[in-house]
Design a protein. Structure first.
Length: 272
């Protein structure tokens, strides 16, 4: 696992965006061989999406030959609802880049057969050649996508009932009314994410510190589903200083020394 510690949210966003852009440029995707990107929602990736859109407008990268698969979507929320993940992605990213709408894939939480929707999503990922880079965030309880504590670490795309903690955390997006928050979601599984050729996790803020500690220092545990990243051959976490407050001093200094020796922070921050 590679952990990069940056000063603040802005630098997390810039580092992540430049990392993603570099992966796309290295792949040099074509209409016949597209780059497949897994995308998250939530507050953590917004800065990254803005920087990627800037790079796109500057002509540095293109998304014309990029296919995207989003992590999750609420069950029963209309796609036009401002808090649906369809709306989120188009508002915060897709409307600002040159992606072909046919290459955008987001789970349909209103499908007539939700189980078939999940099975078909996995099939589409397989037909696309698998995910080249899956980006994700961390919930305060260590969940990745909507794989709540207790989820199988080999799970695939499925229906998940959300925990009370997740529902309460999402209240702020629904007028602070818990009754308006959907109670279920469709989500890729931990196994789906870990099947990607590379994974990048974004983690910022003091409220994520306990989860980051479990992701890095704890054992692989289905109660902290992001900890599965420890088993990935190409797993990356980029975080800010606030998210590191619960790490052991030796752990913190190890990763700071490693990134200084390898030039990880400067390389991607200063890439474009």
């Amino acid at each position: 696992m590679r952990v990069v510690i940056t000063p603040d949210y802005e630098s997390v966003s810039k580092w992540a965006a430049h990392f993603v852009a570099n992966k796309i440029l290295e792949a040099n995707p074509t209409p016949e061989h597209k780059f497949v990107l897994g995308c998250p929602t939530g507050s953590s990736p917004i800065g990254m999406y803005r920087e990627l859109a800037r790079l796109n407008k500057a002509g540095i990268i293109s998304f014309k030959n990029v296919i995207t698969f989003n992590m999750d979507e609420y069950v029963g929320l209309p796609e036009s609802h401002p808090e649906s993940y369809h709306s989120f992605m188009w508002t915060n990213f897709f409307n600002d880049i040159d992606i072909d709408p046919k290459n955008v894939h987001i789970l349909n939480g209103n499908a007539p057969d939700l189980l078939e929707e999940c099975r078909n999503y996995e099939k589409m990922i397989e037909e696309a050649g698998g995910i080249d880079l899956f980006i994700g965030g961390i919930g305060p309880d260590g969940h990745i996508a909507f794989n709540e504590p207790g989820s199988s670490l080999s799970s695939k795309t499925r229906i998940k009932t959300l925990t009370t903690n997740t529902i309460q955390a999402n209240c702020r997006f629904f007028d602070n009314d818990i009754n308006k928050v959907p109670k279920q979601a469709l989500t890729v599984g931990v196994g789906t994410v870990m099947s990607a050729r590379e994974v990048l996790i974004l983690c910022n803020g003091h409220q994520k510190a306990h989860a980051l500690k479990h992701a890095i220092e704890g054992g692989v545990n289905h109660m902290w589903t992001v900890s599965a990243l420890q088993m990935h051959e190409h797993g990356n976490i980029v975080c800010d200083e606030d998210a590191c407050v619960d790490l052991q001093v030796s752990t913190y200094h190890y990763f700071k020394d490693k990134q200084r020796i390898e030039g990880l922070l400067e390389h991607y921050i200063d890439m474009f």
